[in-house]
Design a protein around this ligand. Structure first.
Ligand code: ZN
Length: 683
């Protein structure tokens, strides 16, 4: 751990093609834990575990270094964020708010037998729904199946005089709306996705033709059409219900505006204040030009200790990639760490010039990749309880090219992950002891460097050929996974490069590179399968990209035995024999992936993703799940947020703000539903 501490936590994630980089499954935190245990004993990161989920806590390092004015800014921004919490619930599925209200009423008013198996199943179901901001699993998008009967629910409803409609009652148990986001090939993704971005009867063709007709005033600055609205069909006519004050979700948005205005009043500088002003304007009007103006101002506002993300940003939950999910992350700058890490962004041009891309796909000047390590002070919406570990914004390609982008890694979140400890899956999946030792010594650093390179260099690199449309238009349902694969490959290519040692980021580039390559292939071909139910295809964009990168590279190296597939005692392992050749293979795949993006080659993207990233070897999958049974640690983690509690003087002026930790997950969820429910059940 010390090694990492010296080189601190580094990860980032991008949002254009939403980038929720998640920790590797074959965690290697046992050794961390050993170290951590000594250091971190006094703060208990672990809250509880149920089903396939682990709830953790995080601290806010550096809080006491902030001035009262800065603490107020953070407090107002967290309140603004939480005020929109219920928007995400309704965006995820039209019945979510009705279902949550009913379940919470039962939970808080039922006085019958609470030791029964049925009640335990009810409690677990409610907690899983809270964790996913709705009744569809946060990662697989499948509807969560209750492990209690309809009769039992009817008895609870009756016992607590809770009423829900027949339609909502059946939605909890039936097979309709089974998938929140359905990315399957050859189907009408919009019609067969439960996500509440589209009204009943709206189809893929409706959406593409509706937005196909839209033209931006300046074609070089394309507006993010569809980002902040629900598309419905009224009397056969398609209409957008815009998210704004007085519009859809208006009541919650008015609360967000109220707190953002308070935040603007204590902004750290003019640039920050002006950007907040534009965000407020956007929430009032829903105007997408104002949204872009805000993003230009926000991206340029890099001065100050406090920063934030607030609005409809990730398009992940939209099968066609138009609509933004509501989220917020409030951040406090980690000075020491950020200073050390700016090395990467300062050398972004060197990485671009020395990459294996075709020359015409390289950017002449990579501009403005600002990179910070921050401490999270509060999250809500799509960023909580399940949170990214890094963020890269804004999402509009033209703004990234013209103004630049902000990359941050969420240092205290990663710290909490590592301290929460794992269950030693590493030993089960490594091929040999050398691989284990390398992972022990260099794994954490390799992992974090890969994520930093992924975001700061990866997502910022490469350019489209002139005249080629936005990637979400050209590569459609493959845009996300292709972009994440491209950024991963940039990271993989440079992880095996002495330049990193020259820049003082590693002490031994070769060993760090080997640990990172081992970890990537081990996770991409084996480890990540524990997250998937047997028989399912890989759906999630990052899981897909990790598999098509690993599977394509394995196949390409077969003739020279670059990566060897070993079966020992009925168990499968992958052993890298030639790291140098593997780097060349990664370089070739990167060059091709960039060509596909730069030319908008949908056919080639389809062949790569469908050919290597979707289907799973059923025998291997069954084997991995069997081998994983011995480990109890849940595969998914999320967080409760610290609670900021202001002290006021007799005039109601804030005199101090204390950071407290919530008692547990249940009490925080009930407190949020009580204090931040500004929306009707049906919107
Ligand atoms: Zn990414």
């Amino acid at each position: 751990m010390k090694l990492n501490r010296i080189l601190f936590f580094i990860t980032v994630a991008s949002l254009l093609i939403a980038c929720k980089k998640d920790p590797k499954v074959t965690d290697q935190s046992d050794q961390q834990e050993d170290v951590q245990e000594v250091v971190e004993e006094k703060f208990d990161y672990m809250v509880e575990q149920f089903a396939d989920l682990k709830i953790l806590r995080y601290q806010i390092p550096g809080w006491d270094n902030l001035t009262l004015k800065e603490q107020k800014l953070v407090f107002y921004l967290t309140q603004a964020g939480l005020s929109g919490r219920d928007i995400m619930w309704d965006q995820n599925y039209r019945h979510n708010l009705t279902i949550r209200k009913a379940l919470e009423k039962i939970y808080t008013s039922y006085d019958g037998n609470k030791t029964s198996k049925d009640w335990k199943a009810f409690e677990t179901y409610l907690k899983r729904v809270w964790f996913s901001n709705g009744i569809h699993h946060h990662y697989s998008n499948d509807k969560i199946k209750p492990e209690f009967s309809q009769d039992y629910l009817s008895s609870l409803l009756a016992a607590t005089s809770t009423e829900i409609s027949k339609e909502v009652y059946e939605a909890i148990f039936n097979d309709e709306d089974a998938k929140k986001v359905n990315q399957a090939k050859g189907i009408d993704n919009v019609a067969l996705s439960a996500v509440n971005f589209y009204g009943p009867g709206v189809t893929n063709d409706d959406v593409t033709s509706f937005y196909g007709k839209m033209k931006s005033p300046d074609k070089n600055k394309p507006l993010s059409f569809g980002l902040n609205s629900q598309l419905v069909k009224e009397n056969g006519t398609l209409k957008e219900r815009v998210y704004k004050s007085g519009g859809l979700y208006g009541a919650a948005i008015d609360e967000i505006i109220k707190w953002l205005e308070k935040a603007q009043g204590v902004a750290e500088n003019k640039a920050q204040g002006d950007a907040l002003g534009l965000l407020i304007e956007y929430y009032k009007t829903g105007d997408l030009q104002t949204w872009d103006d805000y993003n230009v101002a926000w991206t340029a506002a890099t001065e100050g200790n406090i920063d934030y993300i607030n609005s409809f940003i990730e398009v992940y939950n939209d099968p066609l990639g138009y609509r933004g999910s509501y989220e917020t992350i409030v951040q406090i700058k980690d000075f020491d760490m950020s200073k050390k890490m700016s090395v990467l962004s300062e050398n972004a041009q060197w990485f671009e010039d020395n990459s294996p891309l075709m020359d015409e796909h390289k950017k002449d000047s990579v501009v403005g990749v600002s990179y910070k390590v921050v401490a999270v002070a509060g999250e809500a919406g799509d960023a909580s309880p399940s949170t990214p570990i890094g963020v890269n914004l804004p999402n509009a390609n033209w703004i990234r090219a013209a103004v630049g982008s902000k990359s941050v890694s969420l240092g205290n979140i990663i710290g909490a992950y590592n301290n929460a400890g794992g269950s030693g899956r590493l030993k089960e999946f490594v091929h040999d002891n050398e691989e284990f030792e390398l992972e022990e010594q260099y794994g954490q650093l390799g992992d974090k460097l890969h994520t930093a390179l992924h975001e700061v260099v990866g997502h910022a690199s490469g350019q489209l050929n002139p005249g080629v449309g936005e990637t979400k238009e050209t590569l459609k349902n493959y845009a996300s996974t292709m972009e994440e694969g491209r950024a991963d490959l940039v990271g993989l290519y440079y992880l095996m490069d002495p330049k990193l040692q020259e820049l003082g980021l590693v002490e031994d580039w070769e060993k760090t590179g080997k640990a990172a390559y081992d970890g990537y292939i081990r996770n991409g071909l084996l480890g990540q399968l524990i997250r998937l139910n047997l028989g399912d295809d890989v759906e999630e964009a990052h899981m897909r990209n990790r598999q098509w990168v690993s599977a394509w590279s394995f196949e390409q190296g077969k003739k020279d035995n670059v990566i060897e597939k070993v079966t020992r005692d009925g168990k499968t392992y992958y052993n890298i024999n030639d790291y140098k050749k593997l780097r060349e293979i990664f370089g070739r795949l990167l060059r091709e992936t960039q060509r596909i993006k730069s030319e908008g080659d949908y056919k080639a993207a389809e062949e790569l993703v469908e050919g290597y990233g979707v289907k799973v070897d059923q025998a291997i999958h069954a084997e991995v799940l069997k081998r994983n049974e011995q480990f109890t640690s849940a595969p998914y983690s999320g967080f409760v947020n610290p609670v900021l509690v202001p002290e006021m003087d007799e005039n109601g002026e804030i005199t101090k703000i204390n950071v407290t930790q919530p008692e547990d997950f249940v009490s925080q969820m009930l407190m949020y539903s009580k204090h931040y429910n500004f929306l009707p059940e049906v919107n």
